[in-house]
Design a protein around this ligand. Structure first.
Ligand SMILES: NC(=O)c1ccc[n+]([C@@H]2O[C@H](COP(=O)([O-])OP(=O)(O)OC[C@H]3O[C@@H](n4cnc5c(N)ncnc54)[C@H](O)[C@@H]3O)[C@@H](O)[C@H]2O)c1
Length: 348
């Protein structure tokens, strides 16, 4: 753990051992330069506590860069709750109450919301101990699910990408494949259809697929055939790690733009995408709509119009990323990081 912390460039990390459950909690406060360190709380079983710490450190840095590239007034933070394999559901309430107390003790330097393994009902529990939480349920005064807002951000990102690549932001007649029709992808499919796109979809859950095939008549592609499907845009909205040395050579799409986190198998796969002439929209820019929605409505007290405007701005940010990548002859991911670093360096 010492070497992980020593090699990390963040501000501080809180570690807490939750004796009643045996869970390790890590809160990485990577940067408060642009504002309160803000990021979700992830609950997961890790092979070792240090793997949980590593995730908290890495993800909190990711949040710093995410807010900075978007020019939003927040810093980077992330909570990781590393639960043991036999963690029981009945221990959940107590664990989240103690986590809420810990967040409260930080005095507002860190604010958190839902992430992998946590939901709005967990945020409701945390909110009994601290006000430094967002993404609670509507019954508890929260803004509700973030899926539709994330889909709106992806939609605006796809339009911006089409404008950049094809010189036309209209989606009328564009062939777009959506991989994964869950909370985000399902909403995206509806928006794309409304905009006149020719939508193809794939999912591993046949029950989910059925409603889109039966009610909207959308073309289904088998999950394994999705990569070589004939389309203009491939939109990953399912799981991470799907862009790798076996899938990238099969892609027919000229644009990859979707919500899934960590789409690349490894960073060097970006070079493979670039060599094939595929325009890759960095996921951490594309999928910010949900966080903007929850944070904007609940914490920044923005109006719905302002929230929508900020979500639409994802497309503009992306266009700056593409331009910077082209001018500096770097990958789009490198360009996004460069813009984020520049925004951070403006603040002393
Ligand atoms: N929900 C949000 O607001 C949000 C915000 C940021 C990022 N994301 C990311 O976007 C992605 C989708 O989120 P979601 O909330 O819609 O998740 P979800 O669980 O509701 O939906 C994911 C869908 O993908 C399908 N799927 C899983 N593996 C697949 C595969 N190999 N091929 C095809 N389909 C597959 C699942 O069956 C499911 O229908 C995730 O990677 C998530 O981390 C979501």
């Amino acid at each position: 753990m010492e070497s992980l912390i020593e090699s990390w460039d963040g501000e501080f990390v809180v570690s807490y051992f939750d004796r009643p459950t045996g869970a390790w909690i890590f809160i990485g406060v990577h940067s408060t330069k642009l504002g309160v360190a803000t990021g979700g709380t992830r609950l997961k079983t890790y092979p070792t506590p240090s793997a949980g710490l590593e995730d908290a450190l890495k993800l909190s840095k990711g949040m710093t860069l995410k807010w900075a590239v978007l020019g939003l007034p927040r810093g980077g933070g992330k909570g990781v709750i590393a639960v043991p394999e036999d963690f029981a559901d009945e221990d959940r309430e107590g664990l989240f109450l103690r986590y809420g107390e810990l967040v409260e003790k930080l005095g507002g330097i860190y604010e958190t919301g839902p992430d992998l393994g946590t939901s709005s009902s967990d945020m409701d529990i945390i909110s009994r101990k601290t006000s430094h939480v967002f993404g609670t349920s509507p019954e508890a005064g929260g803004a509700g699910g973030s899926g539709p807002a994330t889909a709106s951000g992806v939609f605006s990102a796809i339009k911006a990408s089409c404008e950049y690549r094809f010189g036309d932001s209209s989606l009328d007649g564009r062939k777009i494949l959506v991989q994964g029709v869950g909370g985000v992808g399902g909403e995206l499919v509806r928006m794309l259809r409304e905009a006149g796109a020719e939508v193809l979809l794939t999912d591993v859950e046949q029950e989910r697929v059925k409603q889109f095939k039966d009610n909207l008549g959308i073309q289904y592609v088998e999950p394994e055939k999705a990569y070589e499907a004939d389309c203009d845009v491939f939109s990953p909205c399912a799981v991470g790690g799907i862009l790798n040395e076996t899938t990238i050579p099969r892609l027919k799409a000229q644009i990859v733009c979707g919500a899934a986190n960590n789409q690349l198998g490894k960073l060097s796969d970006l070079k493979l995408l670039r060599a094939r002439g595929v325009l890759y929209a960095p996921d951490f820019v594309v999928n910010a709509g949900g966080a903007i929605y929850l944070l904007g409505l609940e914490k920044l007290k923005w109006s719905r119009e302002k929230v929508e405007e900020e979500i639409r701005r994802i497309g503009d940010t992306l266009k700056s990323v593409y331009k910077e990548a082209e001018t500096s002859a770097i990958t789009t991911e490198e360009a996004a990081l460069q813009i984020a670093e520049r925004n951070l360096s403006k603040v002393s």
